[in-house]
Design a protein around this ligand. Structure first.
Ligand code: NAI
Length: 268
């Protein structure tokens, strides 16, 4: 513990159960002295066990469907009231593809599902940013992070329409990040995380094989949810004030590998 977030206030989206990246992040932020409001979609709050996390971290839960601007407005108003001031950090840790859930192949999408998944996984980030921006709810030198995956840049066939959603998400971080930086000295970045065994991750077809492959490819091995939480804490801290508009790979080196010895050996 380094007290990196002492006195800082935030909003954490997307803690569903103890495997969630947002869950680990909330625990680490709490340990580092940050205070925050937890939020998730009402159905996910009923499904998961976020109340346990709230008790552990002395935080309140405000339900919000991240696709509904009115819910987000209410969330930001309540969060600033509960926390007693403007916001220093926000984690957007939200993703869901209806096509993946329904088993629709990338070449056979139901476009209503595509739109729903895009709204939840990508457009919701713009909505969060726009509500924070219009309400002038962020403190100067605040930090906003969304979680992405490398399928935004490279082909991973079973990642399906989530690849397109992540590409959009990363673009929103750059485009909105410009205005947040220029007008409020607030930074906006995405962290491109290794495959991680969570509810969202395990929904991807062939996930077990894929996580084993990337473990053998990455010189440092896969980054875990806890590793990701630590990186996010660093990005929320005052030690990274001039990092913005970036997609930050957090994957044990996977993204710059061609092939590893360990993977080659499998073909010998
Ligand atoms: P998770 O399933 O624990 O978290 C996803 C969260 O999205 C859940 O808490 C869910 O309730 C929330 N959500 C869904 N619809 C929502 C809505 N309408 N409004 C508000 N919240 C909603 O899974 P995980 O893996 O922790 O996912 C967090 C983020 O990390 C996602 O953006 C995911 O794409 C990303 N990511 C995950 C990787 C993995 O392999 N697990 C790898 C790289 C990125």
């Amino acid at each position: 513990m380094y007290h990196l977030l002492k006195g800082k206030r935030g909003i954490i989206f997307g803690a569903l159960d103890e495997n969630s990246i947002a869950w680990k992040t909330a625990e680490r932020v709490h340990e580092e002295g940050g205070t925050f409001v937890l939020t998730n979609a009402p159905a996910s709050i009923r499904l998961g066990n976020i109340t346990e996390l709230a008790q552990k971290t002395n935080s309140q839960i405000i339900p919000a469907d991240a696709t509904l601007v009115t819910d987000l407005e209410n969330l930001v108003e309540q969060a600033t009231a509960i926390l007693g001031g403007k916001i220093d950090f926000v984690l957007h840790s939200i993703g869901m593809s209806v096509n993946v859930r329904k088993g629709n192949h990338y070449t056979n999408q139901d476009y209503d599902y595509t739109e729903k998944g895009w709204n939840v996984s990508a457009l919701s980030f713009h909505k969060v940013l726009q509500v924070l921006y219009k309400k002038q709810a962020m403190n100067e030198w605040g930090s906003i992070i969304a979680l992405s995956y490398m399928a935004a840049q490279r082909v991973f066939p079973d990642y399906n329409d989530m690849a397109d959603n992540k590409a959009y998400l990363e673009s929103v971080a750059r485009s909105f990040g410009y205005f947040f930086g220029r007008d409020y000295n607030v930074r906006v970045n995405t962290i491109s995380q290794s495959p991680t065994a969570t509810r969202a991750g395990q929904g991807v077809k062939g996930f077990e094989e894929f996580i084993a492959f990337s473990e053998k490819m990455a010189p440092l091995g896969n980054a875990t949810a806890l590793d990701c939480a630590n990186y996010t804490v660093a990005m929320f801290s005052d030690l990274t004030r001039k990092v913005t508009l970036q997609n930050l790979y957090h994957d044990g080196g996977f993204s710059n590998m061609g092939v590893s010895q360990q993977v080659m050996e499998m073909f010998e």
